[in-house]
Design a protein around this ligand. Structure first.
Ligand code: ADP
Ligand code: MG
Length: 330
């Protein structure tokens, strides 16, 4: 079983940033309003994620670290409509099989918290522990028992920047959640909770004042064909130059994804106006009926597959073309 988990870990976890992603997504699935992220040595030495979410029932704590014991998917129907970020019940057992892992959790009803440790996949005994409501997961020495993978970890700065890149995406996707980050014992970033991105502070922090100054508002609602399509966010004016794709953020139903087709639709809309940049900058949120998009293409869920790819393409292209055309007219 340890071996199976280690093999699965190969798909779920490739570096500290993917561990942070899985653990923080669990915290969000548990309804956390605040998540603390403590890192040491770019996450290779320590990743500690603490949340104020629902917590885990004492008798379910051992299940949380067992493979597929907690899968939220009861049928294929569920798989299509899945709203939570996690649903395979694979992340914790995988991560725990390639690290020194500890989980402490407490529900509102429980008199105290329950702790469990897993060392390289070997599950220890449950123990009572003092801990506020919510969950803390600690991952130390990632890949310590898989030298071939440990070898591929990059320098502290590189691993840290992968984590920060992902947290920036999250900060945009979930302005309502407060995030506190520390690295090597020093507070490094604090994203205060905001009701929505409109208040601007997070957008400002994540993309910088120049982007905000040169951005155009996008808001296109349901196209009225029953598919519930909506596109909103910000795109940069055509004069805002960008040498790389570092300011391209696309969220589909709240998840950060990379999608070539949508990226192409955006580029195409810019191609129709006088565009000076090499790469457009944007923060776009596309929402649609979850049954019309397959998030299950890749375990790390960076990619999605649309049922109506052509419709989505046209919708994005026409919406942005409209916004950009207005700048030319005005
Ligand atoms: P899943 O794919 O279900 O997210 P995980 O392996 O990531 O699988 O987590 C296993 C289970 O452990 C989750 O389904 C959830 O019930 C529980 N769990 C994990 N992390 C947390 C957390 N931070 N708060 C509450 N429950 C959690
Ligand atoms: Mg999960």
């Amino acid at each position: 079983d340890v071996l199976i988990n280690q093999i699965a870990a190969g798909e779920v976890v490739d570096r500290p940033a993917s561990v942070v992603k899985e653990l923080v997504e669990n915290a969000l699935d548990a309804g956390a309003g605040r998540v603390d992220i403590d890192l040491e040595e770019g996450g290779t030495r320590l990743i500690r994620i603490r949340d104020d979410g629902l917590g885990i029932e004492p008798d379910e704590v051992p299940l949380a670290v067992r493979r597929h014991a907690t899968s939220k998917i009861a049928s294929l129907d569920d798989l299509e409509g899945v709203a939570t970020l996690g649903f395979r019940g694979e992340a914790l057992p995988s991560i725990a099989s390639v690290s020194r892992f500890a989980l402490v959790s407490r529900t509102r009803e429980a008199a105290h918290a329950t702790a469990i440790e897993v060392d390289g996949g070997l599950v220890g005994e449950l123990a009572p522990r003092a801990h506020p409501h919510g969950t803390t997961v600690e991952v130390r020495d990632l890949f310590y028992n898989v030298p071939a993978r440990r070898k591929f970890l990059k320098a502290e700065r590189t691993e840290l920047s992968h984590i920060e890149d992902w947290l920036r995406q999250l900060a945009l996707a979930r302005p309502d959640v407060e995030l506190r980050v520390s690295h090597n014992g020093k507070p490094s970033r604090r994203w205060k909770g905001e009701r929505d991105l409109l208040s601007g502070e997070r957008l400002h922090e994540a993309l910088g004042p120049d982007f905000v100054r040169h951005s155009l508002r996008v808001e296109q609602g349901d196209v009225g064909d029953g598919r519930g399509l909506r596109l909103h966010g910000w795109i940069a004016e055509p004069s805002y130059n960008r040498a790389s794709t570092d300011q391209q953020f696309l969220f589909v139903n709240g998840r950060a994804v990379r999608d070539r087709s949508v990226a192409h639709a955006v580029r195409q809309a810019y191609a129709d106006v006088l565009f000076h940049g090499r790469h457009p900058a944007y923060v776009l949120f596309l929402s649609l009926d979850p049954r019309r998009v397959d998030v299950n293409v890749h375990p790390a869920k960076h990619e999605v597959r649309f049922r109506d790819g052509r419709l989505i393409y046209d919708f994005v292209y026409r919406t942005l073309q409209g916004v950009l055309a207005e700048t030319r007219a005005g």
